[in-house]
Design a protein around this ligand. Structure first.
Ligand SMILES: N[C@@H](CCC(=O)N[C@@H](CS)C(=O)NCC(=O)O)C(=O)O
Length: 213
């Protein structure tokens, strides 16, 4: 059995797939692919027609789009089930993942984290206007998640689900920016959820660190 994840160290979507693999206890290989590199090898680019990461390759089965990858991993491998069976909990999980993909990734990761944390760490210029727009967008997303979150425990019920890992990877990056953490702390359910979920070993195991100048 060959299971290989092609992804990038700092990619939040790659981390989501890695979190799922860690929670399920599945062994896999990794191929490091920088989707932002100008000289990306054609073999890697060919795996993903949109030039993004991650892509999963399982015994010749090639799969891209993180939400598809994580659902596949959950169905194809043993370990804890990360998708609730009840229709409404499953719908909330899908909705929560859809919200952060559609409305959260850009402001939380590409604007706040990239410009407040990643670029300065790498010695690259940051754009304060991007941070400001990102904080406004992130506030809206966190408010929506707060209104949907269960009062205690995990985002969509009593057990860990793909929603916790998908949102958690993005919140982990947002919370590395002081203003991002402050936004999170204004949402009591989400702040309590992150205080528990963010301490799971899978998050420590997949922490990407930061580049140096
Ligand atoms: N819809 C894709 C999004 C993946 C994505 O945007 N990945 C980022 C890294 S976190 C990327 O490859 N960005 C490269 C680029 O924007 O050119 C998924 O769910 O996998």
């Amino acid at each position: 059995m060959a299971l290989v994840l092609h992804g990038y160290r700092y990619s939040v979507y790659t981390r989501i797939a890695r979190l799922v693999l860690a929670e399920k206890g599945v062994a896999y290989g990794r191929v490091e692919v920088d989707p932002f590199a100008a000289d990306r090898p054609a073999d890697d680019a060919n795996l993903h027609p949109f030039g993004r990461v991650p892509t999963l390759v399982h015994d010749g089965f090639v799969l891209y789009e993180t939400a598809a990858i994580t659902r596949y991993l959950d169905r194809a491998f043993a370990g804890p089930h990360l998708q609730p069976a009840a229709p409404r909990a499953a719908a909330r999980m899908d909705q929560t993942i859809g919200i952060v993909d559609a409305y959260g990734y850009w402001p939380m990761v590409r604007q706040v984290f990239a410009h407040r944390v990643l670029r300065p760490a790498a010695g690259r210029p940051a754009d304060e206007a991007e941070v400001a727009h990102g904080l406004a967008g992130s506030a809206k997303v966190l408010a929506a998640l707060e209104s949907l979150a269960e009062p205690h425990g995990f985002l969509v019920g009593p057990d860990l689900s793909l929603a916790d890992l998908h949102v958690g990877a993005m919140v982990a990056y947002l919370a590395m920016a002081p203003e991002g953490l402050a936004l999170l702390q204004r949402q009591p359910r989400l702040a309590a959820w992150w205080d528990t979920v963010g301490r799971r070993p899978s998050f420590a195991l997949t922490a990407p660190g930061l580049p140096t100048p």
